[in-house]
Design a protein around this ligand. Structure first.
Ligand SMILES: CC(=O)[C@@H](O)[C@H](O)COP(=O)(O)O
Ligand SMILES: NCC(=O)COP(=O)(O)O
Length: 241
């Protein structure tokens, strides 16, 4: 079974578009956890275009009422992000190499270049008992280094997987992800996955049992426009069970 962490960025985007607290992030998170989701993910970006730093605090308070459920905060480790994460102390922090002005996350870490900057950040987060995940492209050769610099898990960036799903050449791309997941496991890392996963493509990625957790938000929110939020969360849980 693979854990489902629902990314609520797009709930924040809708909320922020009208300047009122509707839809309410905490209420949507509570509803999602009551449906059986393993956790909640948010990715507060420096411009707080969707998830905010205050959401991180509010969701941490909510998660105290759901023993066993987890809060995952994703983002680039700039000073403000790290201050918030070290104060909130989520169960998991996924470090993502995004620039502030990126539309969305679109690449994993270049560990050969970034390892010296990442090591102290990872150590500081782990000293607080926070599980640290590195957002990574599915490159087999980087997994040992990810472990060496202190990561607990990697999150495989799955846009390439999603873009080729069901098309010519997909089997080769799937093999790349499965090999990267196995290399991470062999290096002593846990394996998460995320970005552009959806109800159609998520099961194939997870069926070999190598993926501990998927975080899904954009497609899940769009699918909920057709199927309803509760039905979509339940559908993902069924696919991942
Ligand atoms: C790291 C990643 O791929 C996603 O978790 C990210 O949160 C997507 O961010 P947006 O919701 O801003 O596109
Ligand atoms: N880390 C991936 C995530 O949290 C959500 O990505 P997406 O489903 O919004 O593409």
């Amino acid at each position: 079974m693979t854990h489902l962490s629902v990314n609520l960025n797009k709930i924040g985007l809708l909320r922020n578009s009208r300047g009122r607290n509707y839809p309410n992030m905490v209420e949507m998170a509570e509803r999602t956890l009551q449906l059986g989701a393993f956790g909640i993910t948010i990715h507060p970006r420096p411009d707080q275009r969707h998830a905010t730093y205050q959401d991180a605090h509010d969701l941490k308070d909510l998660l105290k009422r759901f023993p066993g459920a987890e809060l995952n905060i994703e983002g680039f480790p700039d000073a403000q992000f790290l201050d918030v994460v070290l104060e909130v102390e989520p169960d998991q922090c996924t470090l993502v190499p995004d620039d502030p002005n990126q539309l969305t996350s679109d690449h994993g870490w270049n560990l050969a270049r970034d390892q010296d900057a990442l090591r102290p950040v990872i150590a500081k987060l782990k000293a607080k008992g926070i599980r640290v995940v590195l957002f990574m492209d599915p490159d087999v050769e980087n997994m040992v280094l990810a472990k060496d610099i202190g990561a607990d898990r990697v999150e495989l960036y799955t846009e390439a997987y999603a873009n080729t799903y069901g098309k010519d050449g997909f089997s080769d791309v799937l093999a790349t992800y499965q090999a990267a997941a196995q290399a991470a496991l062999d290096a002593g890392l846990g394996v998460n996955a995320g970005h552009d996963l959806d109800l159609n493509n998520v099961q194939t990625l997870c069926e070999q049992g190598k993926i501990t957790e998927v975080s899904i938000g954009h497609a899940l929110t769009a699918e909920a426009l057709d199927l309803g939020w509760d039905n979509v969360v339940k559908a993902y849980l069924a696919k991942l069970s």
